[in-house]
Every structure is written in structure tokens, then in C-alpha cells.
Ligand binder design. Structure first.
Ligand code: SF4
Length: 439
């Protein structure tokens, strides 16, 4: 098999991994337009300075000794297999880089022979790139679950970002669908990376030229919709991962059926993209808006309302906290108003030092009044002529896009397939158990 055949197989096998910022779509050129898009090959990520960079997204091998039921590369799947040598992959990356096709590499792998052997192959590839080719571009590499911590540490000195895919949001789901992976094989590399990053921060302060360890931080990916785990459980785990392992990002991947299996949604079911979208919105609220998972969801309402974004949903369920007086509310409370983002909240705080804000001033500051108008007063007054009741607010808060997505989104009733998984406590208790300690 020549290297281009390998490239075709191994870029295609990598397309289900979304722990970079774009997972790709297929779009053909219409004939009259410009450009086209392919779901595999090149993905995008954001560098530490916020720049969007294109990466060659590829597996080192799609051979795997594990049999994760949701994965196209699992050992029991009859698919064409390929494996690069470190030299082939390093050469290929450099050739693409020199031609300006890519600015970096996103490298993952199936587990060939055993986790240590695979991790060594990745280390050899990255050593060639960083050493022989003096490649200083961005490299995101997957930590191989179950690999020796010393190998994870060596990889961390060669890569900019690392990720360990937690894949499923509960130990029970992991046992059921990825029986070869243990909780330890996933959490141990996360700990090694977290410790490495912490130690590296002090090393860099002491020794100016200390080598950098995973300078762009670590991330993870969770599959959504393959198991009956609720949004509440997913978000509680997300919150705990941010706190406990200082993750940069948690990525959510709407489960795309690739195999027929009695424990998985049917092959014809569509990926729950709207659910994935709501989780990304909620994740944003955790990271930048000061919300906690238990404020957004609870055991009585464990899943997001697909019709409305999580922040509006929270506001509608807490109308007793509104309207907020825009000229007095503290910054943390401004962030809770639908239609007010981080930037506009900062601008409001700044602008009201010099005068009283009215509705037209808010518009100029970037506040989305279509949403915010129902939740605020300016100088003690609501927008003129505004009538407020919950149903009317709900209807007017739905964007055209949300209406369209809601009408085309498949409902996730497939979950009833999974009544074999019994909840073993509240989501918080389960997450504490899953992560082995306080969160
Ligand atoms: S270890 Fe990774 S590549 Fe192998 S079957 Fe599981 S998810 Fe797929």
C-alpha cells in the first residue's frame, strides 16, 4: 500500500474525532461557486493567540486491539486497515506544510499491539518532526489510554496540546460500550498531563529555557446520544473535569451511528446535533458566565429544552430575578441577562461610570435588545409598550435558526433502548465516583 492510499484511509478514519474546533462537513462545489469542503483531511483549531489554524487530521493507524462498540475502527469491524511509519507521516506533514496546505498536525491513533507500543510510535513521529525537520508548527496529539505515564510525559514535551477522550459520561456506559477501556486508563493520563503542566509553570519561572510541556493545555471529547446519560450528567462531569483537570476544552460529539449494535441507536438515526449545540452553549455558560451545572439543570429537568438556549431557559425559570436594573446590577448579574454577552456586560459597567444608560445606548454597546428587553429596566422603566408574559417571551426568543433546527431535529427517544443502565445515584454522586474523589 503506498503512502497516499494510507493517507486516504487514515484521514477518513480520523473524521469522527471532534477534539479540535471543526469536525468538518462535506460540501461539493455547485459549479458556479468557489471552493468545496471535505469532512476529513484538514480540520481547524485556535492557537493560543486566537488565530485559526488548519491542521492535517490523521490517525497513525486505524488498527486497534480494542473493541469500542461505537467506533468504526474497533477490532471486530471489517474495514480496510493501514498504518504509517513515523518517517512516512513526518515526511507527509512536512510536505503539506511546505506547500502551505496546513499549519499543523492533529494526530490520533488506534491501539496497535499495545498502548505503550503505539505511544512510542507517536513519540518517534513527533521526535522526527521536532528534531530532524525542526518543525515548530502546532501539534495536537492524543494520549493513548493505558500507556505508561513516562511515555505520556515524553509526548507532552513534543506536543502543543494533548487530549484524552473520556468518550462516555459514566462508568456504566464505558463498561457497556468500551469494555477494554478502564476509568484509570483515561483518568491517569489526564492526571499526568495536569501535573506536567503545573510543574512546567514553575520550571519556566525558574529556568527561562525549560522545555514547554503541553503549552496549549489539554482537552477531551464526550460522545452525546450513544447512551441514555442525561445532559445534567454530561454537564456535571464537564464542570468537574474543568475544575479537577484544568481542561482547556470539553468537546461534544453527537453520536453518528456507524455500526449496527443492539446497545446503540439504530443505524438510520440522525446525530442529535441540536442537543450537541445546547451542550456547547451550556459549556460556554460554565466557562465564561459563572453558571454552575446544577443551576442550569436538575434531577427533575435533566435535559435541556431543545427549543431554547440554556441561558434564556434559565432566565424564564427564574423570572423572580428580573427585571434587572441595567444601571445598578453588578457585572456577575448582568452576565445572566439573555442578550447580554461578556463583552457587552463589560461595556455596560464601563459606560455607566459616565452617565445613565437608556435602551438606545444599550443597543450601541452591543446588547441584543430583542432578547434583553424582557429582562431589564433602564432608569427603572421597561421598554415602552412592552407586555411581558412567559409564553410570549418564549415565542419571541426563538431565533429563526432555532425554529428550523427544532423542526428538523430527530428526537432522542432512542434512549429507551438503554434501560439496562441503571442510575446509581445523583449525577453529582456518580461524577464524584467516576472521578474518584471530590470535585
Ligand atoms: S480505542 Fe479508540 S480507535 Fe480503538 S476501538 Fe476504541 S475508540 Fe476506536
Amino acid at each position: 500500500m503506498n503512502v497516499y492510499e494510507k493517507l486516504t484511509i487514515l484521514t477518513d478514519s480520523a473524521k469522527y474525532d471532534v477534539s479540535c474546533s471543526s469536525s468538518g462537513v462535506d460540501r461539493k462545489n455547485t459549479g458556479s461557486g468557489m471552493g468545496s469542503a471535505a469532512s476529513f483531511g484538514i480540520c481547524h483549531s485556535f492557537a493560543a493567540d486566537g488565530r485559526c489554524i488548519s491542521l492535517l487530521k490523521v490517525l497513525f493507524t486505524n488498527s486497534c486491539i480494542f473493541d469500542c462498540k461505537y467506533c468504526v475502527n474497533r477490532k471486530s469491524n471489517d474495514t480496510k486497515r493501514a498504518m504509517f511509519t513515523p518517517e512516512e507521516l513526518a515526511d507527509l506533514t512536512m510536505n503539506f506544510y511546505r506547500r502551505n496546505f496546513i499549519e499543523g498536525l492533529f494526530l490520533s491513533s488506534g491501539i496497535a499491539r499495545n498502548p505503550d507500543y503505539t505511544a512510542e510510535l507517536l513519540i518517534n513521529t513527533l521526535t522526527l518532526l521536532r528534531g530532524r525537520y525542526q518543525f515548530n508548527g502546532y501539534i495536537h496529539v492524543k494520549a493513548i489510554p493505558g500507556a505508561d505515564p513516562a511515555l505520556i510525559s515524553r509526548l507532552g514535551l513534543l506536543a502543543d496540546r494533548m487530549s484524552v477522550n473520556i468518550e462516555l459520561p459514566s462508568q456504566e456506559s464505558l463498561k457497556l460500550l468500551a469494555p477494554d477501556k478502564s476509568k484509570e486508563s483515561i483518568l491517569r493520563p489526564m492526571q499526568v498531563i495536569r501535573e506536567g503542566i503545573r510543574e512546567n509553570c514553575t520550571d519556566i519561572v525558574k529556568y527561562q529555557h525549560a522545555p514547554k510541556f503541553v503549552p496549549a493545555g489539554q482537552s477531551t471529547q464526550m460522545i452525546v446520544g450513544a447512551t441514555p446519560d442525561s445532559d445534567y450528567k454530561i454537564l456535571t462531569l464537564t464542570e468537574a473535569l474543568y475544575k479537577k483537570y484544568s481542561l482547556k476544552r470539553v468537546f461534544y460529539s453527537a453520536y453518528t451511528p456507524v455500526v449496527e449494535h443492539s446497545l446503540l441507536p439504530a443505524l438510520e438515526s440522525k446525530p442529535p446535533l441540536l442537543r450537541e449545540h445546547r451542550l456547547y452553549q451550556a459549556d460556554w455558560l460554565l466557562r465564561f458566565y459563572g453558571f454552575s451545572a446544577s443551576e442550569l439543570l436538575d434531577e427533575r429537568t435533566p435535559n435541556f429544552n431543545p427549543m431554547i438556549d440554556p441561558k434564556c431557559n434559565w432566565a424564564l425559570n427564574h423570572m423572580e430575578r428580573f427585571p434587572m436594573e441595567i444601571n445598578k446590577a453588578p457585572y456577575e448579574q448582568l452576565l445572566r441577562i439573555p442578550g447580554v454577552g461578556v463583552r457587552s456586560a463589560k461595556r455596560i459597567v464601563q459606560a455607566r461610570k459616565t452617565g445613565v444608560l437608556d435602551f438606545s445606548a444599550l443597543k450601541k454597546l452591543g446588547v441584543v435588545l430583542k432578547r434583553a428587553q424582557y429582562f431589564i429596566t433602564c432608569g427603572g422603566r421597561s421598554l415602552e409598550g412592552l407586555k411581558v408574559n412567559q409564553n410570549m417571551i418564549l415565542r419571541s426568543l426563538l431565533s429563526d435558526r432555532e425554529m428550523k433546527m427544532y423542526s428538523t431535529e430527530p428526537r432522542v427517544e432512542q434512549l429507551s433502548l438503554f434501560d439496562v443502565v441503571e442510575p446509581v445515584g445523583t449525577p453529582r454522586e456518580e461524577v464524584i465516583k467516576w472521578l474518584g474523589g471530590a470535585i
